[in-house]
Ligand binder design. Structure first.
Ligand SMILES: *Cc1c(COP(=O)(O)O)cnc(C)c1O
Length: 391
């Protein structure tokens, strides 16, 4: 078939999570009574904050009366939300972003996947390895070449600047899957490089709300000069449990050297018809004093899981990265095991599911990813079982 996009054939199969599901299923046949706990899920588990639920109810009631009913909203998002974003996520940190640089969306994945449409077909892309697969897959679909930047203990999981000329670099910090971060100083190296080499940075800040350390930037715009070279993607999915509600936003500065702000506006007004009013009201509630307090408590709950996991696993002799400023732990496999070997071992001996690092790229071999998104009791039980199984 000449009519289809042949680049889709170059995509790696959506193999990671289906392979995990298959192995879990096979294990359940062997051991039907096993109570399996997943520390592999990339989804949140705690319910929405009460302030968010209240905003959803109120928005639904508005939709029920002709005087307050809303149809299509502005493509960039409602003013009330974009202004709350500018005020709370940026101005409060000393960053000046204008509200017409903020584009509200139905989440970061679609924006990250779609934004590459604004680039020409022949630009060279760099991504870290291991990596969130969306950056690679979206560019593979568009037929682009991709360079990988390995992140390992040898470089403290800080990617080295590309040796060859690239045009766009995707950075995600705090990182999924490794849970590692860049300090302000380390991120500045990237911004300076981007400015001097005419490179665009696509910065994924999906886990910004999990940052605990003072020297880790919440936004790339904390770094001087970044408004000329960086687009930043935000999501409420992990910040406030919006994986099912769907809302996020992208910052496209007007100071960028390429006219991406007007291009993205044009693109979105053609191909996107706005985020649901209910989702935007829900997102707005995160910025109220009550909402802020409530989402902070949920993040603290997950980060306490992360602390427990980190301490317990380290105590068992595992080498563990991440889990300090991110809900992910990147655990080195012992004795040269492959990541799938450790996956099988933990599944069969402890009835716990993790995510093999090899599924996130070549440099992920030799690691598994654990997430802190579980509930406390199950996380503790999983740790007890892993401890017993490694004795
Ligand atoms: C979860 C996640 C997102 C957020 O995606 P949404 O579409 O907003 O749910 C973005 N980037 C990374 C790296 C993620 O892990």
């Amino acid at each position: 078939m000449k009519k289809i996009n042949g680049n889709y054939q170059k995509l790696p199969g959506a193999y990671l999570f289906s392979e995990i599901a298959q192995r879990v299923k096979a294990f359940k046949v062997d051991c039907p009574e096993a109570d399996i706990i997943s520390l592999g899920i990339g989804d949140v588990t705690q319910p929405l904050a009460p302030a968010v639920v209240e905003a959803l109810h109120k928005a639904a009631d508005e939709m029920a009366a002709s005087a307050t009913f809303r149809g299509y909203g502005p493509e960039r998002g409602y003013d009330f939300l974009r202004e709350a974003i500018v005020e709370n996520d940026f101005r409060a940190r000393g960053i000046e972003i204008e509200s017409d640089e903020v584009f509200v969306s139905d989440g970061a994945k679609s924006d990250i996947g779609n934004f590459q449409e604004l680039l020409s077909g022949d630009v060279r892309i760099a991504v870290t390895d291991p990596v969130y697969p969306v950056y690679i897959d979206a560019n593979t679909m568009a037929g682009r070449e991709i360079v990988t930047l390995p992140c390992k203990p040898e470089n403290a999981f800080v990617p080295e600047l590309p040796a060859e000329q690239v045009d766009v670099v995707y950075l995600c910090y705090p990182n999924n899957p490794t849970g590692t971060t860049l300090t302000r100083e380390q991120l500045k190296v990237w911004v300076d490089y981007a400015l001097s080499h005419d490179v665009l940075i696509f910065y994924d800040a999906a886990y910004e709300a999990y940052i605990q350390s003072g020297d880790v930037p919440h936004s790339i715009y904390e770094i001087e000069g970044s408004k000329e070279c960086a687009v930043e993607f935000h999501s409420y999915s992990k910040t406030a449990g919006f994986t099912g509600i769907r809302c996020g936003y992208t910052v496209v500065p007007k100071a960028l050297r390429a006219p991406l702000n007007s291009m993205w506006n044009r693109r979105q007004s053609t191909k996107f018809n706005g985020t649901s009013y209910l989702s935007q009201c829900a997102a707005g509630a995160i910025y109220t004093p009550e909402g802020k307090k409530q989402i902070k408590a949920t993040i603290a709950y997950y980060m306490e899981n992360a602390r427990l996991m980190r301490e317990t696993l380290t105590g068992m002799g595992f080498t563990v990265y991440g889990g300090v400023d991110a809900p992910y732990l990147w655990v080195q496999t012992p004795c040269g095991m492959t990541s799938w070997e450790l996956f099988d071992r933990i599944l069969r001996a402890a009835h716990v599911v993790c995510t093999p690092g090899a599924g996130f790229g070549d440099a992920g071999e030799g690691y598994v990813r654990l997430t802190a998104f579980g509930n406390r009791e199950k996380t503790e039980e999983a740790l007890r079982r892993i401890a017993k199984s490694v004795k």
